[in-house]
Design a protein around this ligand. Sequence first.
Ligand code: UD1
Length: 366
Amino acid sequence: MLKILNIVGARPNFMKIAPIQREMRRRKTDFLPLIVHTGQHYDAAMSDSFFKDLGMPPPDFHLEVGSHSHAVQTARIMTAFEPIVLEEKPDWVLVVGDVNSTIACALVCAKLGVKVAHVEAGLRSRDRTMPEEINRILTDAISDLLLTTSEDADENLKAEGVSETKIKFVGNVMIDSLFYSLKLAEQSKIREDLGLNEKEYAVLTLHRPSNVDEKNIFENLLDALCEISGKIPIIFPAHPRTRANIERFGFAEKIKHSNIRLIEPLGYLDFMRLYSGARIVLTDSGGLQEETTALSIPCLTLRENTERPITISHGTNILVGINPDKIKQNAFEVLSREKLNESAKIPPLWDGKTAERICDILLKYN
Ligand code: UD1
């Protein structure tokens, strides 16, 4: 029997741990899985609603760390997590993605000699100004098992000199959650509540510090988006960071006079119902690039780089950067298409069975 601590901290972690926790609970003679929530995200809309929507049991341990500077947040997670590892003596700790909780918990384990598996290893944007890129590189460097979503991630790791025996291509566990939840999401009334017809609206998410923390950059993006909203209404569930900056920079009026509709962050199922019916998605999120690829929804990524190139080579993603003209030009081109993404394919092993493969590997690797 393997005792596992499954770590969650921020919004994009919940849908990655949920299928793994479920699969481990199903194999009850092989696994004893416990959930540790660092509390990096804490608002009901950023955390609790995801536990509910994903059918996850409440966390066994809650560190209640909250929002701080990167150094303080990372340090507080580490000091709160260390006694739990010492007390519980897990066989493995599983960390997912690239948030501060990921590196903080991996580092605690590396120092204590407890084995760490990193789910979604090997992704690289090659942009070290992104906090997530630092978290990815460091977490991969100290993890014992590197579970990858795509073969380009394997190549990145090998190029960094990682031993091939540590790298396992298992597929994308976030897509397990997506396929598992598609039917449930059909019960969401979000489109009706917002008065939207399928394929007649766009969905926008923006929360990267590089896009929303600087007034000029954010304003240029918004101006382009306001213009696009003249062709198709844009629904914009805003992250708390983004919402705060809209107020701080005085952008609320500009948005009010456009066809952009600012709404609160949505839960997992409501958001799935929303983006799965969109004509186009515009985003700077990592996960949404993958979710739109899995469902063949056209996606424009408002960033200069992506750590998920497979969503471009196989999927529906177009990296448009943050130049307003380029964003508009690409959006208008996609909106004018008669047929959407005929050539887009779902990447290998994005098949809803990744959690099973992860469990098989943990048993074998042990
Ligand atoms: C974090 C992750 C990012 C991920 C994003 C998803 C890191 C370095 N960043 O960024 O990779 O894409 O989560 O959402 O780990 N806040 C609330 N309520 C909450 C959480 C945050 O109001 O429940 C506000 C706080 O004012 C906080 C700000 O949002 O200061 C930013 O939160 P933080 O967790 O620091 O970073 P994110 O931008 O959410």
